[in-house]
Design a protein around this ligand. Structure first.
Ligand code: HEC
Length: 500
């Protein structure tokens, strides 16, 4: 290796460490990149990442700008907005769930002198921003104290989620599901109980330049295809970067995932995932995990100080809390671990890895360990790393990923449309379920009781929730949901009545 290259790597490593120490001492901090005009930053970011995606919602939007100031509702502005419009959110505190049920809307915060527009769930709301529209952009928002998701998308293609600062915002931080063609970049996320950035059942997604720390999982691509995860900093999570096939979901495969140029450092946080969840089975101290996903390339990452292992490649049966799915191949095939920089991983591994070490007569915990089935995988430079269980892996013929500049599309993906039922379900689980549980009293009465009250009368529910009146002395008043369109109120009412 040339000296200049080495110096470069050392400098970058130092920068990562600086970030790591800063984060540990000061807790959540804002994304590093200063906010410029969106068009500029997007252009710069794309040049940097080699992304030529004219297919994503770009700069200033083609339509009008609707400005929201503190004390007013973002949702009201979204209701007024037409496709192509930008909802501009001024600094200040907002306590609401914003639901975007149309295409081509940009939700853009204005950050001034360090003051962010802040969505605060006050520990009681489920989700901050939800969208089911296509061509949605969400940027420059600070999101804190939600219980479910910070930013969740269902079936919204061609999205951009960038430069948001998300802390303690529930189970998932940024969670696009069933999406094609989207960019998640320059976000900072911490304190998330499952995956901070969670790409679920999606295709053609780029996750770049994000900082994730203090979460159970930093970045996860699950049952997703054609995903690039690059130039991110993942430290102090229980697991840094994961790519999984999770069994039992409607999409059964995960393949063509490139994990490159990331800092995956000291992911030794206690796993605080919900007991029994799959993510709670992620062993603390793991840098990167590939579970059952195929054609994953791991290249040019700095992977250090992860106490359990640098990289784990696992099949389904070797992983905790997994019930196999006969329709999913349980084995990770054709995983390629190219050149990476490994240091000081595996200093305190879990007992299963210790057993492998014992069998291999080594005292050194692994940079790379493979457990269970799988075929066609390869590794570069195996003599330079500490490994276990890759005896049958070949030597990689590929040396880099220069030929894969982006998986984003040249043209927008065709818009995806959710059924009324799916939209009802989405609103129910994100808005209503925060207060109504199926058969126990929460903040509101149990859904089971409301089903009896409103049997055969979804319109009655749709009307009530727009303008709730006080009914019960022993409950607080229900907040009005008039910001949901009448269609959506009817859809959620039908869904509520159909729940079992
Ligand atoms: C912030 C908490 C909260 C949220 C969110 C919420 N509810 Fe409620 N809901 C309540 C409370 C509290 C009551 C009881 C109000 C009363 O009896 O005065 C209630 C009552 C109701 C009732 C009973 C009305 C009646 O005639 O007795 C229905 C139906 C209902 N909610 C539906 C919904 C639906 C649908 C949603 C989601 C769109 C929703 N609620 C969201 C708290 C909430």
């Amino acid at each position: 290796m040339k000296k200049s290259v080495l110096t470069g790597i050392v400098l970058i490593a130092l920068a990562a460490w600086a970030g790591y120490w800063y984060g540990n001492r000061h807790g959540p901090r804002p994304p590093a990149v200063a906010a410029r005009s969106t068009a500029d930053t997007l252009a710069i970011a794309r040049q940097g990442a080699g992304i030529a995606a004219d297919s994503l919602p770009s700069g200033a939007g083609s339509g009008k700008v609707i400005t929201v100031t503190a004390g007013h509702s973002i949702q009201d502005a979204v209701l007024k907005a037409q496709p192509g419009d930008t909802v501009q959110i001024m600094p200040g505190r907002y306590s609401e769930t914003v639901y975007i049920d149309k295409d081509g809307i940009a939700l853009v915060g204005v950050i001034r002198g360090g003051d962010w527009p802040t969505l605060d769930g006050e520990g009681k709301r489920n989700d901050a921003v939800l969208y089911s529209g296509n061509g949605i952009r969400v940027e420059n928002l600070k999101i804190v104290n939600y219980k479910g998701n910070a930013i969740m998308g269902q079936a919204g293609n061609n999205f951009v989620i960038r430069h948001n600062w998300i802390a303690n915002a529930g189970v998932y931080g940024i969670f696009p599901e069933f999406a094609q063609n989207g960019l998640i970049e320059y976000n900072t996320l911490t304190g998330i109980e499952d995956a901070a950035i969670y790409v679920g059942m999606s295709d053609n997604i780029e996750v770049a330049h994000n900082e994730v720390h203090g979460n159970v999982a930093g970045i996860e691509a699950e049952n997703s295809r054609h995903v690039i995860i690059e130039h991110n900093l993942a430290y102090d999570n229980a697991g840094g970067i994961l790519t999984f096939i999770t069994p039992g979901l409607p999409i059964k495969t995960a393949f063509d995932v490139v994990i490159r140029g990331n800092f995956v450092v000291a992911n030794n946080h206690k796993n605080f995932g919900a007991p029994g969840s799959i993510v709670s089975g992620v062993p603390s101290g793991t840098g990167i995990i590939v579970m059952a996903a195929d054609d994953v390339i791991i290249e040019n990452n700095l992977i250090r100080d992860n106490k359990n292992a640098g990289i784990i490649v696992s099949d389904h049966k070797s992983f905790a809390n997994i019930t196999p799915d006969p329709e999913s191949d349980p084995n990770p095939d054709r995983v390629q671990v190219l050149r990476n920089l490994f240091a000081d991983n595996g200093t305190d591994p879990i007992k299963e890895i210790k057993a492998l070490m014992l069998a291999a007569l080594t005292r050194e915990g692994p940079d790379l360990v493979a457990v269970g089935g799988g075929s066609g995988s390869c590794v570069a430079d195996r003599d330079a790393i500490k490994w276990l269980g890759i005896g049958s892996w070949s030597s990689c013929s590929r040396t880099d990923t220069h030929d894969i500049s982006t998986y984003l599309l040249d043209k927008p993906a065709p818009p995806r449309v959710l059924s009324a039922e799916d939209r009802g379900k989405l609103v129910y689980s994100s808005v209503c379920a925060g207060c109504h549980a199926y058969n126990v009293r929460m903040i509101g009465p149990p859904t089971q009781i409301l089903q009896v009250l409103y049997a055969g009368n979804p319109q009655g529910i749709a009307d009530y929730i727009a303008h709730p009146v006080k009914k019960r002395d022993d409950f607080p008043p229900m907040p009005p949901q008039a910001h949901l369109s009448s269609d959506l109120r009817l859809a959620v009412a039908k869904y509520m009545l159909s729940l079992k």
